[in-house]
Design a protein around this ligand. Structure first.
Ligand SMILES: Nc1ncnc2c1ncn2[C@@H]1O[C@H](COP(=O)(O)OP(=O)(O)O)[C@@H](O)[C@H]1O
Ligand SMILES: [Mg+2]
Length: 272
């Protein structure tokens, strides 16, 4: 099983929306897909539950950290939903943090026999949930926005003392592969263009954009997702963009989104 974590301490960058898009896409490709929602806000849990596509496990995500024998029901597309109180109580038990990380590792290991991929959504708190997910993951993808503080936010994404991706890679998980930053909700406005140019002209960050693809037909050197109403609506209604029928906007949005999801699958070595 390949485990991918969506991470960025900044809220509203699209972690949950992209988590859901990837989960639907993986499941539709025929991959046995597990989703773990570690954000107590449950922004992946609600749409995936409403979609009716995933089996909602009786196990809540906090117990994947607290219960050494945590298991999920049979199914090829299973959601371990956000446990609100349980998730919020983890950080205040520092003497158990090693145990939590160990339990999550064991859980993912057991799930490895049943699933091909696991997609993990995380929240804005730089806490033991994110640390535990990143220390046991294979891959991490970081949606970013191109708003005001884009560049300073990126520094934090890599170098934050506890949950920075470079920090975790260096100290706790040398196996962790950073797939890249994925600019999301990109608009054709001067601020976004200026910030994108800043990232692209930064020697440190340009190479960290998602998948500088060498295929010219992919539309350039790096990938991004535009700001599209259809994505927001689907996330609000628990729908998969690819399933929306009879709407030109949905068809066009899917044509933009699919190559990004395929590229992530390819980088994870799970494409079909
Ligand atoms: N590409 C996009 N186009 C339009 N809306 C988007 C896009 N990506 C995410 N959204 C919406 O933006 C809001 C924040 O996204 P979300 O995934 O919840 O961010 P995060 O999980 O990082 O806090 C949600 O309402 C979501 O539906
Ligand atoms: Mg979220």
């Amino acid at each position: 099983m390949k485990t991918l974590v969506l991470a960025n301490q900044k809220g509203g960058v699209g972690k949950s929306a992209i988590c859901c898009l990837l989960a639907y896409h993986f499941a539709r490709l025929g991959l046995r897909t597990l989703v773990l929602d570690l954000d107590h806000q449950g922004h992946a849990t609600a749409p995936l539950t409403a979609s009716g596509k995933a089996t909602v496990s009786a196990l809540t995500s906090d117990r994947a950290l607290t219960d050494a024998a945590a298991m999920v029901e049979p199914g090829d597309f299973v959601l371990v939903s956000a446990g609100y109180q349980g998730l919020l109580s983890l950080e205040s038990q520092p003497d158990r943090h090693n145990e939590f990380a160990r339990n999550l590792r064991g859980f993912l290991h057991r799930m490895g026999e049943r699933f091909d991929v696991c997609v993990v959504d995380t929240g804005p708190n730089p806490d033991i949930r994110v640390v535990s997910a990143l220390v046991s993951a294979d891959y991490v993808l970081a949606p970013i926005d191109l708003g005001q503080e884009a560049i300073s936010g990126i520094v934090n994404l890599f170098n934050a003392p506890r949950v920075g991706i470079a920090t975790i890679h260096a100290r706790l998980n040398p196996r962790l592969q950073f797939l890249g930053m994925l600019p999301n909700r990109v608009k054709a406005v001067p601020l976004h263009k200026a910030n994108l140019l800043k990232v692209m002209s930064s020697s440190a960050y340009r190479s960290k954009l998602l998948a500088r693809v060498d295929k010219p037909e992919s539309g350039g050197d790096f990938m991004f997702l535009a700001d599209r109403m259809v994505i927001q609506q689907c996330q609000a209604n628990g729908q998969f963009v690819a399933d929306v029928r009879g709407q030109t906007a949905a068809r066009e949005t899917w044509a933009e989104v699919k190559p990004v999801l395929d590229r992530v699958a390819e980088m994870m070595g799970v494409s079909k």
